[in-house]
Ligand binder design. Sequence first.
Ligand code: MV4
Length: 501
Amino acid sequence: MPSIKKLLVANRGEIALRIMRSAKEMGIKTVTVYSEADRQALHVRFADEAVCIGPPSSSESYLRMEKILDAAAQTGAQAIHPGYGFLSENAVFAKKVKEAGLLFIGPSAESIELMGSKLGAKAAVARFNVPLVPGTAEPISDISKAKKIAKDIGYPVLIKASAGGGGKGMRIVDKESEFDEQMERAVSEAKSAFGDGSVFIEKYVTQPRHIEFQIFGDQHGNVVHLFERECSIQRRHQKVVEEAPSSLLTPELRKQMGEAAVNAAKAANYFNAGTIEFIMDADKNFYFLEMNTRLQVEHPVTEQITGIDLVKLQIKIAEGEPLPFKQEDLKINGHAIEVRVYAEDPSNNFLPDIGTLKTYKRPQGHGIRVDDGFEQGMAIPFYYDPMIAKMICHDETREKAIGKTIRAIEEYEITGLETTLGFCRFVMNHPAFRSGHFDTQFVENYFKPEVLLPLADKTEEVIAAALAVFVSESITAQQKAPPAPVTTESKWKKNRSIITG
Ligand code: MV4
């Protein structure tokens, strides 16, 4: 059984730190790579060794397989953890890592490749009794055949690119008269975006909920699930709030979906961490959508409710150890909610608001975890994902976890740029979220920029400026009088009045 002494993390930011923390606790030395934009980044400071791999742009640094493999050879690392994004779901990279005699902390290149094709994935899991959305299991290019299939399934239908994922290359067709045009567009988009024009057709599930199952397999054929995450609160296919467990599932439904998720993983001879994405319709029918063959951004909510460190488990599985527990050993403990803090302006269509963290103070207290990659005074580089942090709150019940999340959002202090924190509080306070009756259209249905009042830092600046004028005028007017005491309102109180939703 190979034992890893030194691990290279081929990523940056919060996930690189999160992985290295677990490695250090296991007594494993850490190496990381960095771009020229990340010289001062925390992941570079945290690692035992760091290797510069090129210019800021990802395509010249974090996506360069050879440079990363060279860094591993140069430092004597025996394994590579890809994190999420970048090369994490690149089958060629997984293969090259293995060919270089290193351990890839993740599934086999074959599993990544199979699940990377939406159609390949559907065909594989269909043989293992996993429910699929009604539709075609083959790529289709003949428009008249496709139209016949759409008619049989019943409108509305969805045309999807086989090479797509995360919502890219999807087209909704409401009625037959629109079919030809949408199909032509879908094919040409798929060709230009993915270099592969194959598309397939599915019944369009309206008001869907996105529920995903965390699965884990070892290299001895054992697979378990670590329950679900509800990820329906998203905008433009980018998740903003995730929670575990889902308020929608009964123990019975959880068992059924969990078994389907385990079967889907077995269909791919899967080992290490993976996620099975399901879509659920208004009648609680669930269907397999796709499998993500990486550790996901939202994995901490699963860690909080199971008490399992998924990164440590990934490392042990990669070393060849069997899963240390059986399905019946696993229990859900309480409820966890993750909110993603992005450097984005919710009142300006969530456009990135890159800048410097003038103030950056994390919330504290029992049951609060902040996974981030920045400190006060640091700039959010514009080259990469604008996520500043993930805040995960864990408590006994969903209601208590929501209450804790609101308290923690109010305690979180970020100035210098706009963030999604106020938006996340709007979600926490919304009756649809609180009642559990929401779907993937939540943001489109309920959010308008008007529900957010100006953020605290702006208010503070205005108050400070007004006070400065007031104080200097008072001094000029009453040269001999002592200056008026300068008092500012508590920021907690001020924050409380920001959200009206
Ligand atoms: C669907 C769907 C409705 N019907 N498939 C979007 C991302 C990709 N993973 C699949 N997606 C969807 N597939 C059928 N047959 C609706 C979506 C969808 C969605 C799914 C999960 C989370 C958010 C979503 C937002 C819009 C559309």
